[in-house]
Design a protein. Structure first.
Length: 141
């Protein structure tokens, strides 16, 4: 099984950005956690991060025929990007949405998730653990 993990803008700043919201652990810590977990579970994982909407669309399109599942935290693009929603629908690879923080308890503009409309499940407000729950969901599926 091959899983693609996609992280959107500013997630490379984890550990630095708003630690009271996103925690003190870094993006490198997140990648290590995901890679170790995937190894234990016996799945192949590729982790991709970009601050650019089009690059994320390109990465989703390139996953067609190559990956069995997508774990995606589109970050701020969650709330704005119809292009990412359409890309996920285009490839129709089973996808799960992750948010480190509990977006449901945050600002009004974070209450819409376009990408989430193309995802089978959302793991929200679980910190880094949400990524692992997302991987579990795809494996069990
Ligand atoms: C986020 C929540 C988004 O609203 C925000 O723009 C992010 C991170 C999260 O993981 O909690 O950048 O996706």
């Amino acid at each position: 099984m091959r899983i693609l993990v996609i992280n959107g803008p500013n997630l490379n700043m984890l550990g630095i950005r708003e630690p009271d919201i996103y925690g003190k652990n870094t993006y490198a810590d997140l990648c290590e956690l995901i890679e170790n977990y995937a190894a234990v579970k016996g799945v192949e994982v590729k982790i991709f991060q970009s601050n650019h909407e089009g690059s994320i669309v390109d990465e989703i399109q390139a996953a067609y025929g190559k990956f069995n599942g997508i774990v995606i935290n589109p970050a701020a693009y969650t709330h704005t990007s119809v292009a990412i929603l359409d890309a996920l629908k285009s490839v129709a690879i089973p996808a799960v949405e992750i948010h480190i923080s509990d977006v449901s308890a945050r600002e009004d503009f974070r209450q819409i998730s376009y990408a989430g409309m193309a995802c089978e499940k959302s793991f929200i407000g679980l910190g880094f653990d949400g990524y692992l729950r997302g991987i579990d969901y795809l494996i069990e599926k």
